[in-house]
Design a protein. Sequence first.
Lengths: 316, 387
Amino acid sequence: MNFSGLIQDFGPLTITGLAQGAIIALFALGYTLVYGVLRLINFAHSEVFLIGSYACLIVWGFFGLDQNSATPNVLSVIGLLLLGLVAAIIFSGLTALGVELVAYRPLRKRNAPPLAFLITAIGASLFISETVGVMTQRNIKGVPPLIQPRDVFVIGNMHVTNLQILIIVLALVSMFLLDRFINRSRLGRGIRAVAQNPDSAALMGVNKSRVISLVFLLGGLMAGIAAVMYDLKIGVTRFDAGFLLGIEAFTAAVLGGIGNLRGALLGGLLLGLLQNYAASLFGTEWLHAASFVLLVLILVVRPTGLLGESLGRARA
Amino acid sequence: MRQVLARAIGGLAVIGLIAGAAACNSDSGSDDTASGNCGYKLAFFGALTGSSANLGVNIEQGFELAINQFNEKKGSDCITVAKFDSQGEPGVAPGVARNLVADKKILAVVGPPFSGESEAAVPIFEAAGIPSVSPSATRVSLTANGWKTFHRAVANDDAQGPAAANYIKDVMKAQKVFVANDQSAYGAGLSEVVQKTLGAAVVATDKTEADGKQTDFSALVQKVVSSQATVLFYGGYYQNAGLIRKALTSAGWKGTLVGGDGMKDVGLAKAAGNGPATGTIVTCPCSPPEKAGGTFVTDYKAKWNVDAGTYSDVAYDAANMLLQGIDAGNNTPEKLNTYLKTVEYKGIANTYKFTDTGELDPNFIKVWTFKFDPTGNQIADQEVPTA
């Protein structure tokens, strides 16, 4: 165990961990939202993210950009980023809605047992990921260097770059807006009502099907934003990118308390940090193992996760 | 409810079929029942899809070119090409290998390209008595398994490792080196040899997950930066290497990435971007493809419309060596295996002769270094001593 390395690199590990954690947190929202309302783990959410990570690349490709392009000027970068975000959000959102429509809604209409949902979720996930895999020959796709990482400020040996700030700020803003939407808006009230008691909500005139679609759509939007951030940070996407990160995002959702939006944020950031610290302390090969050991430990102490399940709980 | 479940299971089965189709072998051409030593098959076994597929495709194309040329000379479809896609995954390889040995027309295998899949698949070839010639599997311990049918047409990592270490020490004059690997049979073996040869110059080490199992290398990058190493040696394949190179450049690290033949592919530059990849050094127990004799370079380009890649020429030689054996009447796997034990074959890239364990004869070992240029090509740098 390399304690001196961890202490020496604590600052840089923290900032890179937060950036990775912010992406995981945005991704985790989709799991948590759907679980909160349907008590269903949407395993196909990893592919909702995957489609987003390709959608923005395809749009940037229209402008002739690939991984070897020069970085365009600031105005073009802002425009391209917005376009990429819009494309990723639209396609991720549509994928989420499509999965709901094809894989879950027919089962729900027939009152299928939970196990059937689990199987169709895994089926939909595999189907989309393998289709993308076959279409891309399982090759990687490079991302244009829209943002060249540059130090914005330096504290000790911690270099904070423009890209890291962008990722963290964008994640926090998205989270804040989503939280406001769920807690303050009429539609958000509908979501909370269905989460709390679907039948009473229906009696009160809430359209359950529409609420469920909305929940999938919101998860898709967040996954789309996460996908663009992931592309910019990692620089490459591939057909199973969603699977890897999906497991981490699902872990983060459980860690924070599945069904709890703020829990997903906390869980994501925490997981990003822990993975970095563990990789430094034990070696990068223990990255995944260490985070899961921690997950088990936390669940033993707090079975409902750090913040507990709360989407369904009534708030004043 | 039963109906729903049945549909769900049926749906999964369909998906399984689709997924399986990607891993399935595809034969081309038809059975030929011509007389003489025709009507047999030679098989390629290796990654045609997957995260390291480029290395497999280079080899398959060299292999297929040799057989096409042989058939043209014969004026018939004498020997048929059989392709088996292992995806380069040790977990997938055994099932695909069992499909291969079930085809009794297959006399020999060119492959497997990677060390990990070799460990998994060669025992199955061995049990079936089918000889294999790998153009690129370099892990040292592969020939310590007592296999009778395994041959490799390249030097192992006991040659490549010291060559890489010597280059780092003597040519790059690096004082501080960071050594990491991807825990694969190939990557771990190679980096071990490099680390041993470099000795005290190694300031720190780390291990990553394998290709496709990790995309965020922040912690490794931070360790490299903090170690003040000027060279990172990575034992692994091109995709991880590219991602790591990109992350290192983003973090402002100015050092050089050095690796082995598993990183010698344009895929590294594709993952990293050409800018960050420029200057990366890779060793290879192979000659530069453009140095291959005869008309190979132009023939290859004409057939596949791409330049010959890493080990395309060795695969071409391996196929021709086997074809020569079949043409001489060695038309069973046993006879062909005996033929391989004694043959000294002069090909376009090298001369090949195998030791009892299937290693390339030490007299024919050579290791070159290559440098990534700003277009992602690997330009021959120099031949380096292996001891």
